[in-house]
Design a protein around this ligand. Structure first.
Ligand SMILES: [Zn+2]
Length: 493
């Protein structure tokens, strides 16, 4: 459940700056199946409630699926149709990303520490970024995501201003760099423009001042945050470009006092925009919140109207029974980031209890310790097994749904994430011929892919009917490893 759907996208449309979004990315073979029409014949395709079907003929035009027909034998396939060996899924949604955290991959594993010591390293990287370097880094990171099958990213964006908190001449220059990066990497983006005002809460609940790096995150107060968001220029449906929509975010109860949360909630309602927030990632956050406000973070957010079906709470790791009832009862989505939660020693969240209480679940790669949505999805179940001693709380279809339809919906794109007529024409094909997946049976192909597949098994990605990845090669960023190396090195020297 989200706000109004995106307006219809004219075929081949481009962003307002003329950059090609996913709908304007590399086209398929001209005239292969008639003007503007593309057809694929999937050896196997996961059709949501329809399960995994074989011989699925998929037709799209104008960036939207028109027909989806299972059990079509090869001899009945129209000329010009592209074969898709393997298992084809809807596009994957990475519902929680901080693009620049990718710079810390690996280097924070040399030695010990906690979430809080990792955060100090992360702030060092944040302090070095400028709009140009942010564009280069985000383009490369989003290209890595595309190679992993991601067709839409939710970028939780709080690095707004220059050193010392001085706004750039365009105060949204950093956000616009992210929107451009997504277009150039062939992704859709929901820019979750984040309100971040205070340095944190001391253990006794006292607000702490912004550190020098944190000054770059802050607009001063929520009214000025709202003014900057207005200047970003979303239309009445929250759209920023054909491939980009605006969302809003409350960084956390650590960074936004409750009285400053109302303008963020108001903007979510005004634009029909998704509202995201970090919630109870660490026990210390809960303890400081209780000391400051006499309530858990979930209760504080509930008290400001920030929960509901348009909202997504990220992590939700350390919750009380009442918190779970608040989230589930309000149909608030929960975005789990299991690899990050493991890498940062956050803990294991109550995914099963949240789902049972009514919260849809999505997944995100967050700090990008790895970028692999199949890994994120299976860890939701594997963490549940470790915590409960039971197998099978979440089946492969539920986990695939978290990485596809639920993720797109929580980012404000409910028209994506399913292979059905009328949905945005996003396809991700996973090869079944790698050493990891060879021998997979058709009847359990989805189980094989979710529980044993990796990002490296993704062969082809189509976004809005246009090719972004073909045969494991990104068509818009030709050398993704080089792009990552060139953008990361200056941040780490
Ligand atoms: Zn995060």
């Amino acid at each position: 459940m989200t706000g109004p759907g995106a307006p219809a996208r004219p075929e081949g449309s481009a962003g307002p700056e003329g950059e090609a979004g996913p709908e304007g990315a590399a086209a398929g073979p001209e005239g292969a199946a008639g003007p503007g029409i593309r057809r694929w014949h999937a050896e196997l395709a996961w059709l949501g409630r329809g399960g995994v079907r074989s011989g699925v003929l998929i037709e799209a035009s104008g960036g939207v699926f028109r027909t989806v027909t299972p059990d079509v034998p090869p001899e009945a396939v129209p000329p010009g149709t592209e074969r898709r060996p393997g298992l084809t899924l809807p596009g994957l949604a990475n519902a929680h990303s901080h693009a620049f955290h990718r710079a810390l991959r690996g280097i924070t594993e040399a030695g010990q520490g906690t979430f809080w010591t990792w955060r100090e390293r992360m702030y060092q990287v944040a302090g070095r970024l400028a709009p140009d370097s942010y564009l280069d880094l985000a383009r490369a990171v989003y290209a890595e995501m595309a190679l992993a099958g991601v067709t839409c990213v939710g970028e939780f964006h709080y690095l707004h201003h220059g050193p010392g908190g001085v706004p750039y001449s365009d105060p949204n220059e950093m956000g616009r760099a992210l929107i451009q990066a997504a277009a150039e990497a062939g992704l859709r983006i929901t820019l979750l423009d984040t309100c971040y005002l205070t340095g944190g809460l001391a253990p006794d609940g006292t607000p702490t001042p912004l550190s020098p790096v944190q000054q770059r995150f802050s607009d001063g107060d929520a009214a000025r945050w709202a003014d900057r968001l207005a200047a970003l220029g979303p239309d009445g449906h929250g759209m920023l470009a054909p491939h980009a929509r605006a969302g809003v975010a409350i960084h956390s109860v650590r960074a936004v006092p409750p009285g400053q949360m109302y303008p963020v909630v108001e903007w979510s309602h005004r634009l029909g925009a998704p509202l995201h927030a970090h919630l109870s990632e660490q026990p210390a956050e809960n303890e400081a919140c209780l000391a400051a406000y006499g309530a858990t973070p979930a209760r504080v957010l509930d008290g400001t109207g920030a929960l509901g079906p348009r909202s997504t709470m990220v992590h939700a790791t350390h919750l009380t029974r009442h918190d779970i009832e608040l989230l589930g009862g309000s149909r608030t989505c929960v975005c789990l980031c299991p690899t990050t939660e493991a890498f940062l020693a956050d803990g294991i969240g109550p995914a099963g209890a949240l789902a049972a209480a009514g919260s849809p679940l999505s997944v995100g790669s967050d700090s990008h310790a790895v970028i692999d949505l199949l890994d994120e999805a299976r860890r939701v179940e594997l963490d549940e097994r470790l915590a409960s001693g039971q197998r099978g709380r979440f089946g492969a279809a539920a986990l695939a749904g978290a990485a596809t339809a639920a993720g797109h919906t929580c980012l404000g794109w409910p028209e994506a994430g399913e292979i059905v007529p009328g949905a945005l024409a996003d396809l991700v094909t996973v090869g079944l011929d790698s050493p990891r997946l060879a021998g997979a049976a058709a009847s359990t192909a989805l189980e094989s892919v979710i529980f044993a597949g990796t990002a490296a098994d993704v062969t082809d990605v189509v976004t809005g009917g246009r090719d972004v990845v073909r045969g494991g090669q990104h068509l818009l960023v030709p050398d993704v490893p080089a792009a990552l190396t060139q953008s990361l090195r200056p941040l780490l020297d």
